[in-house]
Design a protein around this ligand. Structure first.
Ligand code: KG4
Ligand code: ZN
Length: 346
């Protein structure tokens, strides 16, 4: 018997994603993004994102079914992002998923977006070991999770203020770069000297080890960058953008990788999975590869297209919960903009 065909819908932010997965095999992954419509506002406008999801949902679904060469009636189970995310966008996706599940008479699983960012790697590099550590870094999250049997989640730590991607976007604005600033800083950083400026590493002091060993903080770093730039401008000096970008990126990559590896050691875990839009960051990728190799830890990072929001990650997590025989979400389940990361299913 082939594994069940799972349809996954993602709509937590500005990407409408539809994925089709059978077991660990990805059959289709179609995404429509409204990011360009938000650029002039310098941030996501939920109402615009909701409307874009409404317009993109059916065409994106049709493209995914065509790409996989399946019909809607072939789908055995559905998964949809129940949270965390923006309420309006989440509501569009869950309403679509509920209508489809009802019409097809198939079970529907409301799943956790952040956990999906890690589990999508099973489609790329195969099933997870019994225990893996996941670093999920995006515009909204910077979290360290312990995954046991893929779907049992313990939250080891998270950011106390800004997420890594958010810090990049804010520093991007400060440096006069277009929104979202993350990829622009990454590009600039590659031409700069990462050792030019020593920016602070948040929550890495000895006093933070007791209570915040696995937590992150990036707002102090962001302020330090702002102060440094202001001081240069006040002195009438040019701001060496590439060096600032490289030194700032180095501080973020240093903290993320050091804390992830320390957590792997503390919990006796041999595999680190990195996911979320910020895992596209080249300094993070390079430093994680070097430090994991040195520490004898297996590093799994999916290709960038599976790191940003997509439907495959939701279908992958759906496939994992279906395979374990977990109960479908109740028909009346609601979206949860602050869905706890330990809660995999609505
Ligand atoms: O996961 P994602 O697509 O959306 C959220 O769920 O937030 O992540 C988007 C975030 C944005 O903050 C963006 O600036 C950042 O990831 N990002 C990057 C890079 N590519 C995307 N940050 C740094 N370097 C990059 N190459
Ligand atoms: Zn995301």
């Amino acid at each position: 018997m082939p594994a069940p065909l799972v349809l996954g819908l993602e709509s937590s932010c500005d990407e409408t994603g539809v994925g089709l997965v059978r077991g660990y095999e990805l059959l289709a992954d179609e995404v429509a993004s409204s990011v360009d419509e938000h650029a002039r506002f310098g941030g996501i406008i939920p109402e615009i994102a909701s409307r874009a999801h409404l317009e993109a949902m059916v065409p994106t679904l049709t493209r995914a079914l065509d790409a996989a060469g399946v019909r809607l009636s072939d789908v055995d189970a559905l998964a949809v992002t129940a949270g965390p995310g923006l309420v309006g966008p989440l509501t569009v996706g869950t309403a679509a998923a509920k209508a489809l599940a009802l019409a097809l008479d198939r079970p529907l699983y409301g799943v956790n977006h952040v956990v999906g960012h890690a589990v999508v790697d099973e489609l790329v590099h195969g099933p997870f070991d019994e225990r893996v550590l996941a670093l999920v870094v995006s515009g909204g999250h910077s979290s360290l999770l312990l995954l046991e049997d893929t779907v049992h989640v313990t939250e080891l730590g998270s950011t106390l203020d800004d997420a890594a991607g958010e810090a990049f976007d804010k520093v991007g604005r400060l440096l006069g770069l277009p929104y979202p600033g993350g990829p622009h800083i990454d590009r600039l950083a590659r031409q700069g000297d990462a050792t030019a400026i020593r920016f602070p590493r948040g929550l890495t002091a000895a006093k933070d080890q007791a209570s915040h060993a696995t937590d992150f903080s990036f707002s102090g770093l962001k302020t330090a960058v702002a102060r440094w730039v202001e001081a240069r401008q006040d002195a009438g000096l040019d701001v060496p953008l590439a060096d600032v970008a490289a030194s700032f990126s180095a501080a973020v990559a240093d903290v993320l990788t050091a804390k992830s590896i320390a957590a792997c050691r503390a919990h006796g875990v041999a595999t680190l999975v990195v996911g979320g839009g910020f895992s596209a960051n080249s300094q993070l990728r390079e430093l994680a590869a070097a430090r994991c190799a040195e520490a004898g830890i297996e590093l799994r990072i999916p290709p960038i297209r599976y790191c940003t929001d997509n439907g495959a990650m939701i279908a992958a997590l759906g496939s994992a919960v279906v395979a374990r025989g977990l109960p479908a979400s109740p028909p009346e389940f609601g979206v949860d903009s602050t869905m706890p990361l330990t809660q995999v299913l609505a």
